[in-house]
Ligand binder design. Structure first.
Ligand code: HPA
Length: 271
């Protein structure tokens, strides 16, 4: 990791008009519609941002968008970078360091995940309270990490408590079911075997997905308060496992998305 590279990208974005964002948002698979609620000031494809990796997954549009939402200036990553696309953990979290350098004070993350806890149903939302990193590495495992923050980053409360309390209140008021649970991050892109789903349950995961944890680790490294919500797109029952249906996963994410938008909108208003 190179501070100069972060500077170059940050200066480039400032010149393009990405000025003084307060909040950053990462939108997961099938969850791009929030940007339709934004008054957009500028947007740019990842392919046109110096030093950004290029998102290769076809259902991600891969854009950085800047605008106002509930009178707050926000910067949205529409589409994220995954380990399974072949990037390193440092590459997939570079954008989080850039958003922080642009000035964000809070980070809100969404993702699509499979439900390991079978009390949770597809289409439900889950607030991530804690996580298990099964990606086999750390985005902080590089030589000069201490130039950017504490190498031995504390992870005793990785998801900000105030933000969590606020969103739980909002969900209650809006009558939206918001489960709480532990998210396990795997590399993918293959889905899990029945044995792996059993294992995930035993080790305490409520949901599984292929993202978010590296971003959250880097946010903690940067002292950036972070909140993350999973949209549960499928039920991972090892005793009745059906072949994966990606179009259905994306469709379920899209159907549940308005609930997530409602929660994020109210949360941003309250921040
Ligand atoms: N595993 C299982 N189901 C899923 C995942 C995953 O990583 N993501 C979305 N649904």
């Amino acid at each position: 990791m190179n501070a100069k590279t972060i500077d170059i990208t940050t200066s480039f974005l400032k010149e393009k008009g990405f000025l003084h964002p307060e909040i950053g948002i990462v939108l997961g698979t099938g969850l791009g519609q929030l940007v339709n609620h934004l008054t957009i000031e500028c947007e740019i494809n990842y392919t046109d941002i110096p030093n950004f990796p290029v998102s290769t997954v076809e259902f991600h549009s891969g854009k950085l968008i800047f605008g106002t939402f509930e009178n707050k200036k926000i910067v949205v990553m529409q589409g994220r970078f995954h380990l399974y696309e072949g990037y390193s953990l440092q590459e997939i979290t570079f954008s989080i360091r850039v958003l922080r350098a642009l000035g964000i004070q809070k980070l809100l993350i969404s993702n699509a995940a499979g439900a390991i806890n079978l009390d949770f149903k597809k289409g439900d939302l889950m607030l991530i309270e804690d996580h298990i990193n099964l990606q086999g590495g750390s985005p902080l495992a590089f030589a000069n990490v201490s130039e950017f923050g504490e190498r031995f980053t504390d992870m005793s409360e990785p998801y900000n408590l105030n933000l969590r309390h606020s969103i739980v209140e909002i969900a209650k008021n809006q009558n939206i079911t918001l489960h709480k649970g532990v998210y396990a991050a795997v590399v993918g892109p293959q889905l899990e075997t029945k044995a792996e789903y059993r294992y995930l349950k035993i080790i305490g995961a409520d949901a599984v997905g292929m993202s978010t944890v590296p971003e959250v680790i880097v946010a903690n490294h940067l002292g950036l308060p972070v909140l993350a919500v999973s949209v549960l797109t499928d039920e991972c029952n090892p005793d009745d496992l059906k072949p994966v249906n990606i179009p259905e996963i994306i469709a379920i994410a899209g159907e549940a998305e308005p609930k997530m938008i409602t929660l994020f909108k109210a949360l941003i208003k309250n921040i």
